[in-house]
Ligand binder design. Structure first.
Ligand code: CA
Length: 381
């Protein structure tokens, strides 16, 4: 099937999403209904697609992921399939995309040294920007999986305690440009996952906006970390790009060559050269470079499981805010504005992303979009 060279959704990408009834794959300006197509060609994988969720495909594991990708590629390139496949293609703009998988546990890391440094200066002026642990382990916290929402879902301004005796809608609603990693094959409880086994468990990548209420966060976060300032909503892009599409994006991370605990060393780099973009009401605010992260997602997975904790199909872990060395590359408003300017009701935030493809062009990670809506009525006891 012909695809424009600059579409970002060429045959080198083939990200997966879901609508109300089926798993879809994006190709060019179209989506392919994989359930209908697989049944028409009598594919053995049809039942992996026949739900409004990637869950069955995620659980099937890396050998099946590779076989399915190869089969879909054949459907879209072998002329003998054309008349069979074409009826199941529809316009990508018309697809009613849903949250692509059942989110299990959700963990958010803090893996950008620039972001952690910027936040340290803002939140703890006069103290060292980074805590003593920061270069030794990927700092993270457990978030709320039940409020992970798909791109396009409105984000209601949260309310809460902004200080002692100060309750109300947040005045400091912020965004965080992040990359998310979707676990497919589970690990066994009690068995740490090695950095080299990252691709045996992680299926793919999505874009994440970790909406943050900075006033609520600043009042509540010590000593146990982020809670209500983060848990009201986390938005994800509707397309999950498989790791198989990102081979040309792999790059070393900032921790490469450091004297790390053995379980955090990487034989093969799992940093990713992803170009991200933050837009508010159509205006580009910054272009965070994911390649500048200090910790890779393989190190995050190894750290998350080193104590024997397992990961399950549908678990989502995110990188933390992506910020590069230059001010034009910072991934949150608190950094960009020096803690002075935040979101208004009605503001629309879009995070986009792309990666180098194995064929020399760029492939798109799609986008994650959200509009801020006014706070709900104040509850009374
Ligand atoms: Ca975050």
């Amino acid at each position: 099937m012909p695809v424009a060279a600059d579409s970002g959704f060429g045959l080198d990408n083939l990200p997966y999403g879901v609508d109300d009834s089926s798993v879809l794959v994006a190709v060019g300006d179209a989506v392919l209904d994989l359930t209908a197509c697989a049944r028409a060609v009598r594919s053995p994988y049809a039942e992996l697609f026949a739900a409004p969720s990637l869950d069955a495909l995620l659980a099937a594991g890396p050998a099946t992921w590779a076989a399915v990708r190869a089969e879909i590629t054949t459907w879209l390139t072998d002329a003998s399939y054309r008349s069979t496949v074409e009826p199941f293609l529809g316009p990508r703009d018309d697809a009613r995309l849903r949250l692509p998988f059942t989110v299990g546990d959700y963990v958010d890391f803090y893996a950008s040294e620039q972001h952690a440094t910027n936040l340290g200066h803002i939140l703890r002026p006069g103290e060292p920007a980074l805590r003593p642990n920061w270069h030794h382990l990927p700092v993270g916290y457990h978030g709320r999986s039940g409020t992970v929402v798909v791109s396009g879902t409105p984000v209601v301004r949260p309310q809460g305690q902004r200080g002692a005796g100060d309750f109300g809608p947040t005045r400091r609603l912020d965004v965080e440009v992040e990359v998310g990693f979707v676990v497919g094959a589970p690990s066994r409880h009690g068995n740490p996952v090695a950095t080299g086994d990252f691709a045996a468990h992680v299926f793919g990548v999505c874009l994440v906006n970790d909406w943050s209420a900075r006033d609520i966060q600043a009042w509540e976060y010590q000593p146990l970390g982020p809670f209500l300032g983060k848990s009201f909503a986390t938005s994800v892009s509707p397309w999950v790009v498989p790791l198989a599409a990102l081979s040309a994006a792999r790059a070393p991370v900032g921790s490469a060559g450091r004297d790390l605990a053995p379980y955090l060393r990487e034989a093969e780099p799992w940093g990713l050269d992803l170009a991200l973009e933050l837009r508010r009401n159509g205006e580009v605010l910054s272009r965070p470079p994911y390649r500048e992260m200090f910790w890779s997602p393989a190190q995050m997975l190894a750290h998350m499981t080193v104590n024997g904790a397992s990961v399950r199909t549908g678990d989502l872990f995110a990188s933390g805010t992506v910020s590069g060395a230059d001010r034009s590359q910072w991934g949150s408003l608190i950094e960009l504005s020096g803690n002075t300017e935040f979101l208004a009701d009605g503001d629309e935030i879009v995070i986009g992303g792309s990666a180098p493809s194995a064929t020399g062009g760029r492939l798109s990670l799609g986008e994650v979009r959200g509009v801020v809506t006014p706070a709900a009525a104040v509850p009374r006891g």
